[in-house]
Design a protein around this ligand. Structure first.
Ligand code: SF4
Length: 390
């Protein structure tokens, strides 16, 4: 298959690995930002093929995983209301809120529908003018443009029974927060290629220079990951810290101008809480004043939400790279993809799901495992600055 098979070629992978092995002279810790990259790494055992001096730390780039519990609980509350049709991508339905998920709301009679595009939700709104239709708009810079375009379209068509429950997040402020954390171990980043295909690379040179970290824009196939690692390690060994584009078949420096224009029209930057991490300044988007009438949080005043994370779940530490998923005591026992305790076990991009799916189990006896930080108490998460990020 064009652009798939070529990027899984074992002979080329061997050459890249040989190059990395011959380049490395000391330990380096790289963070792959995106959960899709984490799945490629674990599925193909890339981390096990790299020299032991190169550690890959899994980043917080899983959109489902970082959607804050408070927003999930708001979704559950809105979806439970009579007269509401609540539309979402399928992976959000099993994400646990405080005590239940959207599947349970549907089981209790709520009209919760899985759609494949926000435009499907808009079509449902047109077909049901006497109902309120809400689309759950979550994710990074990749899903924000179609959601922005749908709201723009709703306004243009005069559709007033449609709204968006927004929880969009942005990658560069998260990298900034990670690098500012006192216990940060990350020395280089594999940036998410699909995000850069929308946003371009203009936001990264300043980050790379300020924090003296190489940032390599990287794709999602095995050879993409190896090439990203190869370039990052080469820079680190040379003492360099620049932005490189290793995903040029999809990413242009200027990004996608049409998508950027739509984002600028519909959204404005805001502080945003990340599940398990805390509030990161300027790390999200909300609907701008012009589109406030389409904001589900304004349309449905949801108050009195008290969030409660399961005490056993350590997904906050997983998302911050403090522990690997199989170091969580509940991994594979109390928590499985069929009965997940945390979003990182639900999502197809979640690190816990990757470790479970590809049988990455820690079979060492407890005394032989690396020491881990104690599980934090259940409750609201602290801001990232106060909560160490690996
Ligand atoms: S294995 Fe389950 S309980 Fe443990 S951190 Fe992952 S999602 Fe949470």
């Amino acid at each position: 298959m064009k652009y798939i098979d070529e990027f899984q070629d074992p002979a080329l992978a061997r050459r890249l690995l040989d190059d990395i092995h011959s380049t490395v002279t000391r330990p380096w810790a790289l963070m792959e930002v995106c959960g899709g990259q984490t799945h490629t790494i674990i599925r193909h055992g890339i981390d096990q093929l790299l020299p032991e001096q190169v550690e890959l730390i899994h980043g917080p780039g899983c959109p489902v995983c970082v959607t804050p519990l408070e927003v999930i609980d708001k979704a559950l509350e809105i979806a439970s209301r009579p007269g509401v049709i609540f539309c979402s991508f399928g992976d959000m339905l099993r994400v646990p809120g405080t005590g239940r998920d959207l599947f349970q709301v549907r089981g209790e009679g709520g009209d919760v529908r899985v759609v494949y595009s926000p435009l499907d939700a808009l079509r449902i709104a047109r077909q049901n003018p006497d109902r309120e239709v809400v689309f759950f708009g979550i994710g990074f810079e990749t899903t924000a443009p179609p959601n922005a375009m749908t709201v723009h379209q709703a306004r243009k068509l005069g559709i007033t029974n449609f709204s968006l429950l927004v929880s969009h997040v942005r990658v560069p402020p998260a990298i900034e927060a990670i690098m500012r954390s006192p216990s940060c171990r990350v020395q280089g980043f594999l940036a998410a290629g699909h995000v850069c295909s929308v946003m371009g690379t203009a936001e990264y040179p300043d980050l790379a220079a300020r924090h003296r970290v190489p940032i390599v824009v990287t794709g999602f196939e095995p050879l993409d990951i190896l090439e990203g690692v190869r370039r990052a390690v080469r820079q680190l060994e040379r003492g360099e810290h620049t932005v490189e584009n290793a995903y040029a078949r999809a990413v242009r420096p200027e990004g996608n101008p049409a998508a950027l224009a739509m984002l600028a029209d519909v959204f404005e930057v805001t502080d945003r809480a990340w599940r398990g991490i805390g509030v990161i300044p300027d790390s999200g988007w909300r609907l701008s004043e012009r589109y406030r009438a389409y904001d589900a949080e304004h349309r449905f005043s949801v108050t009195g939400i008290t969030t409660r994370e399961p005490a056993a779940c350590r997904s906050g530490e997983v998302l911050q790279g403090l522990i690997k998923p199989h170091e969580c005591e509940a991994f594979g026992t109390l928590c499985t993809p069929r009965a997940p305790l945390g979003a990182t076990m639900v999502s197809s991009e979640g690190a816990c799901a990757a470790y479970y799916l590809y049988r990455r189990l820690d079979l060492r006896p407890p005394q032989a495992r690396p020491a881990t930080t104690p599980a934090p108490p259940a409750g609201p998460t602290a801001p990232l600055e106060a909560s160490p990020v690996a």
